[in-house]
Design a protein around this ligand. Structure first.
Ligand code: PLP
Length: 379
């Protein structure tokens, strides 16, 4: 049996998405900027996709910009708001994805901002009273806090954060790469200025994402050139990628509740079986909590062992793919900064299992059986 439990790293492409993309790789190959009919049909596809994404997220089409990745969207929001909106202070958390932490650190190195880290509670959730304290001290800040953590799955209350930002006239960016198409977003109601998504995390193609930029904020172009994407992000559009992104989002919205309860049932099954079959098992962050954590992510802390380094390797030999660190960070044997910030015991092996609707109960049972054998306990 070959088991893929690394869906927070990337998800398999839906067959229906591939079918939607194919004509734009073959028949409709025009450049959307060309004014002849070949160009116009590609342009129509891009604008149709934009409208679909905007409708699903309850935004205006002019607020949706296609990008090359979630990383790019985050960079665009952070640098764009610092350089165009007179921001001098940024507030983030130590467990953001590197696609947020590194651009902010770079802006701080360039002397453009002072960077402040919000305190976390023992489970890794933002301490909202500390966020308010930082906002009170530093007016007109940029706040960048993710909706869900990719390593431990912790969910943040982005409505509450957005309301706090409003109160202190701050700009709010949220990396929603792990939640787009897994939860509904109503951008007319959500108090965010920037929200970022990436297609390959919801069964779309790699190398394409989007950023929502609220109409009330105006930032400068991120990539200069041929003035595509309302002159915000020049470069010939990834037409088939954009078509694939919008199709994947549409499919995600079709059966979101049903998929969610199915995936949650797999996660619950794994939690229960791990507890029953492996002594001294624990879960990192708030990973075990059904409401305060992503239903797609379970971060497991295994008992300390001399050969704990081998666990992921042994799983791989058994054709089970999971993750030890962020797969978006090259070199996955680096101890994840998220777990380091939470001060988890480095002697205990932590593995992130992440699920999609393609996984089955049999795969969970098989994985736990192998894990129990590696941990030298019979099932
Ligand atoms: N933000 C989060 C929370 C992620 O999990 C990832 C990828 O793992 C990214 C950003 C980067 O997205 P992309 O791979 O599209 O650059």
């Amino acid at each position: 049996m070959r088991v893929y439990l690394d869906n927070a790293a990337t998800t398999p492409l839906y067959e229906e998405v591939l079918e939607a993309m194919k004509p734009y790789m073959t028949t409709y190959y025009g450049n959307p900027s060309s004014i002849h009919s070949h160009g116009r049909e590609a342009k129509v596809a891009v604008e149709h996709a934009r409208k679909k994404v905007a409708t699903l997220l309850n935004a205006a089409p002019a607020e949706i910009f296609f990008t090359g990745s979630g990383t790019e969207g985050n960079n665009m929001a952070l640098r764009g708001s610092v350089e165009a909106l007179g921001i001098k202070h940024a507030i983030t958390s130590p467990i953001e994805h590197h696609a947020v932490i590194h651009p902010l650190e770079q802006l701080a190195r360039e002397g453009k901002i002072q960077l402040h880290l919000v305190a976390l509670d023992a489970k890794g959730h933002v301490r909202y009273e500390h966020l308010e304290h930082l906002l009170k001290k530093n007016s007109r800040s940029l706040v960048s806090l993710m909706q869900a953590n990719n390593e431990i799955g912790n969910l943040s209350d982005i409505v509450l954060i957005g309301e706090l930002c409003k109160k202190y006239d701050a700009i709010f960016h949220s990396d929603a790469v792990q939640t787009i198409s897994h939860f509904k977003h109503d951008l007319q109601a959500l108090p965010v200025h920037f929200l970022v998504g990436s297609a390959h995390k919801f069964h779309g193609p790699k190398g394409v994402g989007f950023i929502y930029i609220n109409n009330d904020v105006k930032i400068k172009p991120f990539i200069h050139g041929g003035a595509q994407e309302q002159n915000m992000r020049s470069g010939t559009e990834n037409v088939y990628g954009i078509v694939g992104l919008s199709k994947a989002l549409e499919i995600g919205y079709r059966a979101m509740e049903k998929d969610r309860s199915y995936i949650q049932s797999l996660k619950d099954r794994m939690i229960q079986q791990l507890k029953e079959n492996i002594p001294d098992i624990a879960f990192n962050g708030d990973s075990e909590h059904p409401e305060r954590s992503l239903y797609t992510v379970l971060n497991v802390s295994f008992p300390p062992s001399d050969d704990h380094d081998m666990l992921l390797f042994n799983l791989d030999i058994q054709q089970i793919s999971a993750s030890a660190g962020s797969a978006c960070t090259s070199g996955s044997n680096v101890y994840p900064h998220v777990l380091a910030a939470l001060k988890t015991d480095p002697k205990r092996n932590a593995i992130r299992f992440s699920f999609s609707k393609h996984n089955t109960a049999e795969e969970i049972d098989y994985t736990v059986e192998k894990l129990a054998a590696f941990c030298h306990v019979g099932v």
